[in-house]
Write a protein that binds this ligand. Structure first.
Ligand code: AHR
Length: 613
């Protein structure tokens, strides 16, 4: 491998090259990154038949009480459903309530993770024509072993009343539940029940460890909130940003009918923008363009959708006196968010109204916000687009050999026209298992190709990002979690090899003509704290050990010490090895010293490995 380390030999890699794609899939947000513990907090869940069920809320005390959902009385206009609970037992008299009382419980998203010493804020809305005495408790999964409890005692809640308790856990239980119980005969209505740990990232509601795993990738952009989630199977179930902002109590929530689960939309448009800001990543807002999987709005009727998109941009960027900027400011963010990228829909190219609708969106957005970059769903890698765009979207899910061979996908793509945004890539199928080394190596090869072609490819992100193991809707994924544990798949760790790339210089590097076709390599240089760094990355996708000579010239004098002195390897004894909750770092980068570092160095690349020097 010949590397010309003189920066003049290469070009500056775009600042935004490597980022992440967050989709509400696999409970990535609801029951994942978003730290809300209560599932279906407004009793509205029920999918296509909304409102129809209170799942996963359940009864404590069988024949002592009666529950049903009520639409006549509800605390908030945009949430039409509340829960009516009629209690037949009492603390004394003919029908005495069982010890602990009767009521309802919520197990959260397959168990709430309650940790000793931590504080949980429970907020709920209640209404009753009598005085109430309600115990709010965090308990073990069967209702025993109380971890924290407090009482709401109120003489007059004849109008909907907000109640709040802070519960400090005396013990740890990863499979807890929230209980609302009483031993008082009568009728109580409940609405909008939330339980949040106080300890979230900056108090912004993001589960700390999951946020940390994202931050460790140093993503330069975050594409959100989907994927198919944006589209919906039907437009009535698509992501509508206006329904996801404002006070959490007033958000209606919606049933994501592609991935088939309800979300209360606690992680809404505002929170996505906040997440981007907290990560130091540029937000990439994928808006619904009037097209779902099964229905479409005709271009002649698209103007309400247009207005919705313009309003969303004003919400993000408008000053706090603007109509929608003032709504953002009221939510606690008076400064605008740095929204510079929007995508018109997801995977909709070729659908009847795509082009017509796209052109309307393009013209209206460019007129109002000329600097905003617009991403088209149509793949421009093989032919010119028939419409204007700043980026074209490219998605690739395939077996490992195909993904590896796509390291050369962009070598001969036209350099004129829009830039490429590889917004979804992953090895899928049997090569991937539930996140294998093999998949990660193929993806590493592909990403090296992306890096080498970063004059035309400006953005790339793996998909999907998260999976809650209790509801795997798509496999594989980068980060795997349950209520209290998390680990990265090899594909997650593979991305760590690229965290210095965005904004660095891509150097000219050439593999000798007779090198194995199983090798791909790149070299980058960057400066940090007055030091110059050089990084060479090589994927050996073959079954043989490779003895490689790396010859470097043009190295700046003060680069030498850091260059080549250590290497980091992603490999394992078995190609299909995976990580797990038990062995979370079985396949993860291992750093070690290198002997004989220098401008001419001989290195050994083990079969099926990814190495950086
Ligand atoms: O990443 C999972 C899905 O794959 C996305 O929702 C969609 O864009 C693609 O088909």
């Amino acid at each position: 491998l010949f590397v010309n380390a003189s920066e003049a030999s290469g070009w500056k890699i775009p600042e935004t090259l490597f980022g992440i794609f967050f989709e509400e899939i696999n409970h990535a947000g609801a029951g994942g990154l978003w730290a809300e513990l209560v599932s279906n907090r407004g009793f509205e869940s029920g999918g296509l038949n909304t409102p129809s069920n209170i799942d996963p809320w359940s009864v404590i005390g069988d024949d002592s009480l009666l529950l049903y959902q009520l639409t006549a009385h509800h605390a908030f206009d945009r949430n039409k459903v509340a829960l009516r609970m009629e209690v037949f037992c009492d603390s004394k008299g003919t029908k005495v309530c069982p010890t602990g009382g009767v009521g309802i419980f919520n197990p959260g998203f397959w168990g709430m993770n309650i940790e000793q010493g931590k504080t949980y804020k429970v907020v709920l809305y209640i209404r009753s024509l009598q005085s109430v005495n309600i115990s709010v408790s965090l308990t073990g999964s069967n209702g025993f072993r109380t971890l924290a409890t407090d009482n709401i005692i109120a003489a007059d809640v004849s109008n909907w009343t907000r109640a709040e308790v802070l519960l400090v856990a005396s013990d740890t239980n990863h499979n807890s539940r929230l209980q609302l119980t009483t031993s008082k005969k009568g009728v109580i209505w409940f609405d909008q029940v939330s339980a949040m740990p106080l300890d979230t990232y900056k108090g912004h509601g993001f589960r700390n460890e999951l946020f940390g795993m994202l931050a460790d990738l140093k993503p330069r952009f975050i594409r959100f909130p989907g994927g198919c989630f944006v589209e919906g199977e039907w437009l009535r179930n698509a992501f509508r940003w206006k329904e996801t902002i404002g006070p959490w109590e007033e958000r209606p929530g919606h049933f994501g009918d592609v991935w088939n689960y309800w979300t209360d939309d606690g992680l809404g448009y505002f929170e996505f923008l906040q997440l981007a800001e907290d990560l130091g990543a540029a937000p990439v807002w994928v808006f619904n363009n009037g097209i779902s999987h099964n229905d479409q709005v005709d271009t002649s009727s698209i103007s309400p959708f247009l207005q919705e998109v313009l309003d969303s941009i004003e919400f993000a960027r408008g000053d706090s006196n603007s109509t929608w900027g003032s709504v953002r400011a009221a939510m606690g963010h008076s400064e605008p968010f740095d929204l510079r990228y929007v995508a018109s829909g997801n995977e909709d190219c070729g659908k009847k109204n795509y082009r017509g609708n796209y052109l309307k969106f393009y013209d209206a957005i460019k007129l109002a916000y000329p600097d905003i970059k617009i991403i088209s769903n149509c793949d421009g890698s093989n032919q010119q687009l028939d419409h204007p765009a700043d980026f074209y979207d490219y998605h690739i899910y395939s077996d490992s050999n195909s993904v590896f061979s796509l390291a050369h996908k962009f070598d001969h793509t036209s350099r004129s026209g829009p830039k490429a945004f590889v917004s979804e890539y992953a090895v899928t199928g049997k090569d991937a298992g539930t996140g294998s080394l093999l998949a990660a190596l193929a993806e590493a090869g592909f990403l090296i190709g992306v890096e080498r072609n970063s004059d035309i490819v400006e953005m790339a992100s793996y998909a999907p990002l998260f999976v809650n193991t209790n509801d795997r809707r798509w496999n594989p994924d980068a980060i795997v979690f349950n209520s209290f544990q998390q680990y990265g798949t090899p594909s997650y760790w593979m991305q760590h090899f690229f965290i210095e790339s965005s904004g660095a210089t891509l150097l000219n590097s050439t593999l000798k003509a007779n090198s194995s076709s199983s090798l791909v390599a790149s070299a980058i240089a960057w400066s940090e704290d007055d030091k110059n760094y050089l990084r060479i990355k090589v994927v050996n996708f073959g079954i043989n050990t490779v003895n490689l000579t790396i010859s470097t010239d043009g190295l700046a004098p003060n680069s030498f010490l850091s260059f080549g002195s250590t290497k980091t390897v992603l490999a394992s004894s078995n190609l299909m090895d995976e990580n797990s909750f038990k062995d979370p770092k079985k396949v993860s980068p291992v750093k070690s010293a290198v002997d004989g570092a220098g401008v001419n160095m001989n290195v050994i690349l083990s079969p099926h490995s990814f190495t950086s020097f």
